[in-house]
Design a protein around this ligand. Structure first.
Ligand SMILES: Cc1ncc(COP(=O)(O)O)c(C=O)c1O
Length: 307
């Protein structure tokens, strides 16, 4: 992977980096592919920049994990798609894409000459010793079609500093991106952001070493408790701190489960359809908080199902 410091372009957040990449490398009216369900700005950013979003749903395996349906993926690419926004690892679901999946994504995107914008903001949040594979690392000769967007803000709980960096091995693309960053007033970082970013990466390892087992234990607790409710199923995420709660077997409408949680449990969770129609039947819970807060949330959830 070309990871020399010249490949790095800084920006004011990963969502801003996605937006600037879309503006730099695609034109109004172009098609941008995403794998759904996915983090909502993957829909909004291309759309609000006048691009057309093409959704390719992930498909569920028997074990409940979602994977890329490569037949559908290729059909989507063949619709003259110009860029694919990859979420690696995936939010929601916390999937860590394996090397074979990433290689197939690169192969097909190369075949259809599609740029890959890879959002890897959750890369450091690996649960149970999982290993993140940056797509640029396995891209081989196709490295120049990849723009990787990263930030220390999820891992080190620094979202307020609004910083991100893009790894852009292709010099021509780097210049295009820098021009868009400048044009949108995002060409430089604020001082707090650069100091915090450097401190996080040089001194943050002990924090991360403590954080990962803590999140993992929070996840285990939520899974063990909520699966006592008949019809609730949770696949423990491989990464992130976000639990994707499957309530499809409850046969409840989204608005009804939200209402029940809110009115009886006084608990608000993210409704799955916020991540696309494929998220229907799921709720997203964030467990990047103290165990006491997680336990309180779980108790509220269970209370909503007591009657
Ligand atoms: C996949 C993904 N990308 C980007 C972001 C937000 O990044 P930023 O705050 O740097 O814009 C999030 C936050 O939830 C996320 O989950």
């Amino acid at each position: 992977m070309a990871n020399d410091k010249d490949s790095i372009v800084f920006c004011n957040g990963v969502v801003a980096a996605l937006a600037n990449s879309i503006v730099a490398f695609t034109n109004p009216g172009d098609k941008v592919l995403i794998s759904t369900p996915v983090y909502p700005p993957f829909f909004n950013i291309p759309k609000s920049n006048g691009r057309e979003v093409v959704s390719c749903p992930l498909v569920e395996k028997n074990d409940g994990k979602f994977i890329v349906d490569f037949e559908a993926f290729e059909q989507a690419l063949a619709q003259n798609v110009k860029a694919y926004i990859l979420c690696n690892p995936h939010n929601p679901g916390g999937y860590v894409w394996d090397e074979a999946t990433l290689k197939e994504i690169v192969r097909l995107c190369a075949q259809y000459d599609v740029l890959i914008i890879s959002d890897e903001i959750h890369a450091d949040l690996m649960i149970n010793g999982e290993k993140h594979i940056p797509i640029a690392k396995i891209a081989g000769d196709e490295i120049n079609r990849i723009v990787t967007c990263m930030a220390p803000t999820k891992t080190f709980n620094l979202a307020g500093i609004q910083v991100s960096y893009m790894i852009v091995p292709d010099k021509k693309k780097r210049l295009q991106l820098e021009a868009v960053n400048m044009a949108s007033g995002q060409g430089s970082l604020n001082t707090f952001a650069s100091v915090a970013l450097q401190a996080a990466y040089t001194e943050g390892t002990p924090w991360l070493d403590e954080l990962l087992p803590y999140i993992s234990a929070n996840m285990d607790y939520v899974k063990a408790e909520l699966e006592q409710i008949p019809g609730i199923r949770i696949i423990k995420p491989q990464s992130t701190y976000l639990i994707w709660i499957d309530y499809r077997e409850l046969k409840l409408e989204e608005k009804d489960i939200m209402k029940r949680l809110l009115e009886i449990g006084q608990l608000a969770l993210e409704p799955g359809t916020k991540y696309g129609e494929e998220g229907r039947g799921f709720l997203r819970m964030n467990v990047a908080c103290s165990f006491e807060t997680v336990r309180d949330g779980v108790e509220r959830f269970k209370k909503a199902f007591e009657q």
